[in-house]
Design a protein around this ligand. Sequence first.
Ligand SMILES: Cc1cc2nc3c(=O)[nH]c(=O)nc-3n(C[C@H](O)[C@H](O)[C@H](O)COP(=O)(O)O)c2cc1C
Length: 183
Amino acid sequence: MKILGICGSLRKESWNLKLLKNMLAQTAEKGGETNLFDLTSVPMFHPDVEAQGIPHEAEALRDAVREADAIIIACPEYNGSMTATLKNAIEWLSRRGNLLTNQIFFIIGTGPGRSGCPRMHMHASYSLESEGAYVLHQPRVLLPNVANFMDNNGNITDPEVTDLLSQAAETLIDYTKRLTAPD
Ligand SMILES: Cc1cc2nc3c(=O)[nH]c(=O)nc-3n(C[C@H](O)[C@H](O)[C@H](O)COP(=O)(O)O)c2cc1C
């Protein structure tokens, strides 16, 4: 089973990227074949550009999603929503043969503040589900106060968070198996 990770933050030292890598590692331990796609080079969606043909970097994102059985998104909350980076990726994925329909997503988020990205989760889920995607809503991996459970190197320091990520990875794998099983 192929599990793709996408991070909605472009920051090199992104907490969300570090959290994503931890969840991908848990998924790999449970037998998932994991891959990470970096959104840095994906251009801003532009209908006039699209009309000339999908740019190579956006097509690379579409290929990665096409090949995946399920996708884990990690994203910070920006201005009470998802980042423009993530929304832009969703726009490219929704076009020319919508790749979001029937695709399985697990959305996680963290940050240094007291809020665990609930509005990012709500808005990203809404956008994906509007396009026919399946978003798993449990267990919630929306974690405030990142410094309380992860060090600067991305090591999880709280065993309860390790357990949560393990549970989340297991749920994603089970759900994906059931949804993609032949009749
Ligand atoms: C433009 C901008 C808007 C932000 N808005 C929010 C917000 O609405 N809620 C919140 O909890 N944090 C907000 N933050 C703080 C981010 O959660 C914090 O910078 C976080 O570390 C970014 O995630 P990253 O470490 O994965 O890059 C915002 C940060 C930026 C740069």
